[in-house]
Design a protein around this ligand. Sequence first.
Ligand code: ADP
Length: 532
Amino acid sequence: MERTARERLLTFLLVPAIVVGVLVLGWVTFRTTFQLDKLRQQSVIEATLTLANEKVDRLDKRIVDEDNVVLAETDLSQLPHVAHRWLLTAARETPTVRAILVLDPHGPDYDIVAFTSRAGGGPEDDAFRRLLVARMVRDMDLRDTPPDELRHLHKTYGGQSYLVSYASRTAHNGRSYLIIAWHDVARIVHDMMPRILADTGSSGARFNVVDEDGRIVFGPPLRGGELLVGKHFPTTLYGWRLQVALTSAEELSANVERRRLFEAVMVGLSCVVVIAGILVVVFAAERERRLSAMKSDFVANVSHELKTPVSLVRMFGELLLSNRVASDEKRREYLQIILNESDRLTALIDNVLDFSKLEQKKSAFELAEGDIGQVASRAVEVYRYRAEREGVELRVELEDPSPRAVIDERAIELAIINLVDNALKYAKDGKIVCIEVRSRGRFAEIRVRDFGPGIPLEDRRRIFDRFVRGRLSANAQVRGSGIGLALVRHIAEAHGGKAWVESEVGEGSTFVLAIPMTGVVANEPIREASAG
Ligand code: ADP
């Protein structure tokens, strides 16, 4: 049957449209949550940045506070007393300042006019002084320094980090001097940083400080992914950077990862479900289409099949009416033909009626114990005349005593009629059709054997399905409706038995109907030859 325009539209337009729709929907969902995550991330980064700013400012302020103390206490007019005054409160007021110096920046050798160290002088102090005049002063920004403006130099010399604060001041004599505070960087790291950075409040943040080369000088390594925020110290330790990771940010990035994965899986799954749904619908529609095509073939086939017996009955009836039949013997023969053909007709109509009951799941069998041999003989008799006419010998072999079973006799007869009818239809070239009734285990088997063309394997699997006709028979223009074997199988199963075919192409076929016998203990399964 040709596909209708609507079906084509469904398959070629609607299905891709649905698939594209689902993909777009999935993508939009994915993108929206992605953007939401980005926004959330941004707000976390902003919060982290605020915290970082606060911390670097605090550390800067502490150092600058100390510097201011130093500047306040360094009176250029009383240089000899500076050491005394400062050292008194140094431990409390300026804990990270290691030494104070006053330097004359104008002389060629940068004279150190005053030097007060909390360490009380020593090789380290000497080394620092040499470093200061030899290298540090050159790195300081001394151009038009306004008086008392505090500046800082943070630099690594010989692998060691130095921080000095300096300010220019003019003495009474009109000369300007540099007041320098040498900060103990190790002290800042070990005393000041823990105090400032340990207090994380409720933010649950973790900090570390890294140097110019990214080496950690304070704190643990941090893994914040994209949510790690870095901030340079603005004035004092400007070579270094404070890094902050909100603990919640680490969780957040893990969550984001997890959710992205989950969403990808969900989108993938829904695509699979939708595509599977579409496939099911398309296949169901295709099946429905094929079934309805089969049904209309069926109606045509059945009508065709009904015509033959009717025309035979009519022909012989007219012959009898015309009084042109010579002998009584001939007359009886014609009457017999009419009887047989009407039996065939009845069987055919029964077939169709039973089948429609079966389709509506209404078939009810009237079961009673009966003799299977007798039923088989009756069925064969219906075809006697037709077999003779077609030159086929119908051989009946009954086991003695004949097996008995609880059966619906009419149904079993109908099944056998179908099998014999098929043998005459498809295998009359084999000249012999054997109908054998025998017991095997707890089953009575009715075997209808022919020596016809046989049935190819791919047909053998399907011919018991409704409306299915073999390819050879369709080609050979043999009439049929495709419901005979479906009925046979249904009848067998309704009796607790089974129907199957054993066949070899070119050698004929044996259709077997196996029904459980009465009075036999049920312990043997139905033996079914593997289709041929
Ligand atoms: P129908 O005979 O009306 O086509 P059936 O259900 O009785 O429908 O049979 C289904 C198909 O099985 C037939 O079309 C035919 O191809 C195949 N078949 C049945 N019996 C025989 C047989 N004895 N020899 C060869 N093919 C057979």
